[in-house]
Design a protein around this ligand. Structure first.
Ligand SMILES: [Zn+2]
Length: 202
């Protein structure tokens, strides 16, 4: 698996090459036809950090602004994430309430703080030993950060639960979706390997 990952095929002539570590000033070219195979993104640590930073901002907005407005005849309430969890708890939906708390609040909070600290330290190239520890935690936890599939499940159950009420999504919900998309992009497309790579090059 790892060996296959290290092979890159030239998009122009199809010649396979073994991927090698290059510095930000270099670019890898095809030995046969001379086409550029890959180059190193010079500002990748800054890009990732800014993405994580905006993710953190959206997360905070998502937590401090109401996610939903609930309308039950003669009764209207706007709920933030933690309040929604409490509301569900008080309504007797204990399992879903804990589920909301862990998957929408606690796990993403831990993950975004971990990513924020790690990418910030990578950016300023400080505390290499601490970065290694943080990266080890991220590598283990990264699959738990992403319970987005469950998030959709939660939405469906929310709508089911409140079939007797009308629900409007609020600004916190929109911010949360932005947060989710950014973290999804970082975890799935940038990958923890990129962070390890940056760590090796400090
Ligand atoms: Zn080629």
């Amino acid at each position: 698996m790892n060996e296959l990952k290290n092979i890159i095929v030239c998009p122009n002539c199809g010649t396979p090459h073994i991927r090698k570590n290059i510095t930000p000033q270099e670019q890898a070219i095809c030995a046969k036809c001379g086409k550029v195979l890959y180059k190193k993104d010079k500002h990748i640590e800054l890009k990732i950090f800014l993405l994580v930073f905006s993710g953190l901002i959206f997360f905070i907005i998502g937590m401090f602004y109401p996610i939903v407005d609930i309308n039950i005849i003669g009764y209207k309430e706007s709920l933030r994430v933690v309040e929604s969890s409490l509301f569900l708890f008080n309504e007797g939906y204990i399992f879903i309430s804990l589920f909301v708390f862990f998957t929408i609040f606690l796990f993403p909070f831990i993950c975004v703080v971990l990513y924020f600290t790690t990418t910030f330290l990578l950016l300023i190239k400080y505390k290499k030993k601490l970065i290694k520890k943080l990266l080890l935690i991220i590598t283990i936890l990264k699959d738990w950060c992403f319970l987005d599939i469950f998030f959709i499940g939660i939405l469906v159950s929310l709508v089911k639960i409140f079939s007797y009420a009308s629900i409007d999504f609020n600004i916190g919900f929109v911010a949360y979706i932005f947060f989710l998309s950014i973290m999804f992009y970082i975890v799935k497309f940038t990958g923890v390997e990129t962070l390890w790579d940056l760590y090796e090059n400090i």
